[in-house]
Design a protein. Structure first.
Length: 222
């Protein structure tokens, strides 16, 4: 299975709702991540606090939120995971402890590198149209799904059936992957930040392989 998965919230067929059962034992201790890279406008909001400018090595923990300006970028180091926000993105760290990472993506787009996923660990991404559970290590590109372009894509797909749907869906996937590959190639070659460049070089082979497979599948559809 390719290591890169494009998960577009607007293409989900159904929302997934998780409900936990209260337990008597004490909750696991919270953990702290760091802002590993920041460029352009990056703001951080502590739990119950106000937005303020943020920078390299600022801590992030449960209850905090991060956002980037239209020209900003930021990468969070959260345990064995790296979360990169593109421009115009906002997320909340809903829960981060030794067993669970739960992120609510309010708007925009994130790239998520999961180096490993130990038994009992879960990574959950909450979106406006449902929830995503990441079940394996890999590199994920996740779109919030509330952008107009995503809504337009959903509208087009909702009117199609059969082969026409397959063809248009693959076209969308290929276009997304082409943009991702180009972005990763540019960052790998000309990136100014060592952490972002390292992330791009790690994610690029998987993105290129997934694009290759999507193109091959598209050729099979008559």
């Amino acid at each position: 299975m390719p290591s890169l998965r494009v998960l577009v919230a607007s293409l989900l067929l159904s929302s997934v709702v998780w409900a936990g059962t209260a337990r008597a034992e004490a909750p696991p201790p919270e953990m702290v991540g760091r802002i590993a890279a920041a460029a352009g406008g990056v703001s951080l909001r502590p739990a119950g606090g106000e937005w303020a400018d943020s920078g390299l090595n600022d801590p992030v923990a449960s209850g905090m939120a991060l956002r980037t300006s239209s020209t900003g970028r930021a990468t969070l180091g959260i345990g064995p995971r790296m979360v990169t926000l593109s421009g115009g993105s906002e997320l909340d760290i809903v829960r981060f402890d030794e067993g669970i990472l739960q992120i609510a993506l309010r708007q925009g787009r994130i790239g998520l590198h999961v180096a490993r996923l130990d038994p009992g660990e879960t990574v959950e991404i909450d979106l406006s149209r449902g929830g995503l559970w990441l079940l394996a290590p890999g590199d994920y590109d996740i779109v919030a799904g509330n952008e107009q372009s995503v809504k337009d894509a959903l509208d087009r797909l909702s009117k199609l059936n059969g082969v026409d749907f397959d063809r248009e869906y693959l076209k969308t996937i290929i276009n997304n992957h082409e943009a991702i590959v180009q972005m990763l190639q540019n960052e790998s070659k000309d990136g100014k930040d060592a952490n972002l460049t390292s992330f791009a070089k790690t994610a690029l082979p998987g993105a290129e392989q997934h694009l290759k497979e999507a193109r091959a599948l598209a050729k099979e559809i008559k």
